[in-house]
Ligand binder design. Structure first.
Ligand code: ZN
Length: 703
């Protein structure tokens, strides 16, 4: 299988199962199996934190309990996702091999405890994880229950120990060809007399020491990424060698910024991630939470452009927020369908059974301390299990997107580290604004980074593309020249991959040719300070906040909006530039959502791109999955009230569950600019959605 992708043949409904916490409770496995049947689970994830139970003292192994679990799961027909237990370690290891304990940026070594606190460089820990995983692969690699390897858990964090410092210096030597002069030039160390004479003088960034060389900060993040990926590859090696036919995954974490998930993805057969949206954060915000969650789902699908797993979500509450809200009735099912709609092939829980003690005893679980099936949460999970059985034909199906949102981890790091502009930077928030505008039009969106191939897309939105890695400007220019539409904003193309500013004007690296503007200065605004920008010669104006760049359009660049206030009133605030067969839009200011909505609607019209809807109201998610000739249309309602969606693609559908026909009307008929006021009856392309409800429609392939 190597680095090839893995596609599930059925939808997985599973949970983190920790029977090793209950080994002295008679009969509990029988009861677990009975309840799993009732909950409709077809999979369990076992052993994520089981090291102490597998190797209670160094070199002493106790796999017998796991043998029994594997056998019982095989008898019960459950697929086991078996974990490599490196996410946490037994006390004996930390006592005898203190190098495995992580050292903080302040250069303080951790004590034993917690989890995820190991050094990624430690030769001992690397050797031990390979030993353990070799034993697991040999013992269970041919077991009838084995389905997938789950390596580590939620990789993250960084270690600043001497082993890591040395590895970092070696990494730098390789990157800068052993030439300290080259490093000094790339990091611009002449500033404050910070130049290095030798690689041995270099230390990882710390608030106690150097942290103002932006090139150093950026290289450190890249090193942490490479070291994390290398640790993962190292501990996956026994599975790759001994059981090449069994897929390998690890569970990634949402928009976690500690390392770049794009570098991990090629070494995973299947992407999986842990999703914990803050449903109920504020009543009126459910639509925003759904949008943020959908963005992450789209990211994880995009990492390999294939279906992914939801390795963890809670069936009810979490235990780590300041206020831990219950998922209201129906929200669990709706959030599960949101994952499926965006490309997930599984819904899995943390956790199956609530721990009796310690830190996660009050974290949501399928089985409560109460212990039986007559609970609200168990009923909701069982309902989800039945739903996944019905939706089996979805497994392995794709999402096809013609629009991409360029959101880049290295760009995020560079923006966060820069000194200047304003706080907060609003990179994530701005990416979401552009995403929201596209999703409002029912357009599927891939999330891409700078290294992705842009050629398959028709629209690339690249807000705040501050850092340009080598070759990116050329590839974006080619994308536009070939007919693509690129949307850039203020702050684009300011630094190269080593965080050195481009000379000769922004956007640099040659991107200015496509953008058709020169950005001379950046004004930033206070929290409640605004400017506005108006369409030339009209009274159509839009509020702008946070960022106002002062730009000079080229002679052949069309000015769409001009600033209305401040000393730069009358200067261009939004432009459009034809370049080759395509167009590049440049937004010099951070606009209110309404302008982005109109802009992307115009772009779609200009490109003749249509979704299945003209536009939807806030809180409605429209998604499509394709499975061969079958096309599944998902309409979800997070608006907090009853809602309607008008299908304007002129095609005919049937309800997935009832078979009831639903006819879309021709797009020429439904030209309303807003769906907020839509009323109507079925038969006119109008599909009604109850509060917290959804519909799944199947396109009739005869049309
Ligand atoms: Zn270390």
């Amino acid at each position: 299988m190597g680095n090839m992708g893995f596609r599930a043949k059925e939808l997985i409904h599973g949970a983190d199962y920790n029977p090793d916490q209950w080994l002295d409770t008679p009969g509990i496995i029988d009861e677990d199996v009975r309840l799993m049947e009732l909950a409709g689970l077809n999979s369990v994830t076992v052993g994520v934190f089981s090291w102490k139970n597998l190797e209670p003292e160094e070199g002493v192994y106790t796999f017998e309990w796991l043998d029994e679990i594997m056998d019982r799961m095989a008898q019960a027909g459950k697929k086991v996702i078996l974990a490599a237990p490196s996410g946490a370690r037994p006390a004996w290891m930390d006592r005898d091999h203190n190098e495995v304990l992580r050292v903080s940026a302040e250069r303080v070594r951790n004590l034993h405890g917690e989890r995820h606190n190991h050094c990624y460089t430690s030769p001992y820990y690397r050797k031990k994880t390979v030993e353990m995983n070799t034993l697991l692969a040999k013992r269970y690699g041919r077991h009838p229950a084995i389905y997938m390897w789950h390596v580590g858990n939620e990789y993250g964090g960084e270690c600043h120990c001497e082993l890591c410092q040395e590895a970092f210096r070696e990494w730098l030597k390789k990157k800068y060809h052993g030439d300290i002069g080259e490093l000094n030039r790339q990091w611009w160390t002449g500033f404050w007399s910070h130049g290095f004479s030798d690689f041995s003088e270099i230390e990882s960034p710390s608030v106690r020491g150097e942290h103002s060389l932006h090139g150093l900060n950026l290289d450190w993040k890249r090193f942490v990424t490479d070291q994390t990926v290398d640790f993962f590859k190292n501990e996956s090696a026994p599975f790759r060698e001994l059981t090449p036919e069994i897929p390998v995954t690890t569970n990634l974490m949402g928009m976690y910024k500690g390392f770049n998930p794009w570098k991990m993805a090629p070494f995973m057969n299947l992407i999986s991630w842990d999703t914990y949206p803050e449903w109920g954060r504020e009543k009126e915000n459910e639509a925003d939470i759904a949008l943020e969650t959908a963005f992450s789902h789209d990211l994880f699908r995009s990492l390999k452009k294939q279906p992914y797993f939801v390795m963890e979500n809670t069936p009810s509450v979490v235990n780590w927020r300041e206020v831990n809200k219950l998922k209201k009735p129906g929200v669990h099912e709706l959030s599960a369908v949101l994952a499926l709609a965006h490309g997930a092939d599984s819904i899995q829980y943390f956790q199956w059974r609530k721990s009796r003690g310690a830190s996660e005893k009050l974290h949501g679980a399928v089985v409560d301390h109460y212990g039986k099936e007559d609970t609200r949460v168990f009923r909701e999970v069982s309902r989800c299990g039945k739903l996944l059985e019905k939706l089996a034909p979805l497994a392995g199906s794709d999402v096809k997107a013609e629009a991409a949102l360029l959101y880049d981890w290295e760009n995020f790091w560079a923006i966060e580290h820069l000194q200047g502009w304003r706080q907060p930077r609003l990179y994530d928030e701005t990416a979401l604004q552009h995403y929201r505008a596209l999703r409002k039009l029912g357009i599927p969106v891939d999330i891409v980074d700078e290294e992705c191939d842009f050629r398959g897309y028709r629209i690339v939105a690249a807000p705040m593309l501050y850092l340009l890695r080598a070759g990116v400007a050329e590839r974006l220019k080619q994308f536009v020249a070939d007919g693509g539409t690129l949307v850039l904003t203020y702050g684009s193309g300011e630094v190269n991959e080593n965080d050195l500013c481009f000379l000769g004007g922004f956007p640099g690296g040659g991107l200015m040719d496509a953008a058709g503007v020169w950005a001379e200065e950046m004004d930033t605004l206070y929290e409640n300070e605004y400017n506005s920008a108006c369409a030339c010669g009209t009274d159509r104006c839009y509020q702008v906040d946070s960022y106002c760049e002062l730009i000079h359009p080229q002679a052949d660049t069309e000015v769409l909006l001009e600033y209305a206030d401040d000393f730069y009133a009358g200067m261009a605030a939004a432009t459009r530039h034809a370049y080759g067969k395509g167009r590049c839009y440049y937004l010099a200011a951070r606009f209110e959502q309404a302008y982005l909505n109109e802009l992307y609607r115009d772009i779609l019209k200009e490109k003749g791109m249509t979704g299945v809807v003209m536009e939807v109201q806030k809180g409605i998610d429209v998604s499509v999955r394709l499975n061969g000739t079958e096309e599944y249309l998902f309409l979800l309602n997070f608006s907090g009230k009853e809602a309607c969606v008008k299908l304007t693609d002129g095609r005919s559908y049937r309800d997935f569950f009832t078979g009831e026909p639903v006819e879309g009307i021709d797009s020429g008929v439904g030209m309303e600019s807003s769906q907020d006021t839509i009323t109507g009856t079925s038969g006119q392309g109008v599909v009604s959605l109850p509060e917290n409800g959804y519909r799944i429609l199947v396109m009739n392939s005869d049309k």
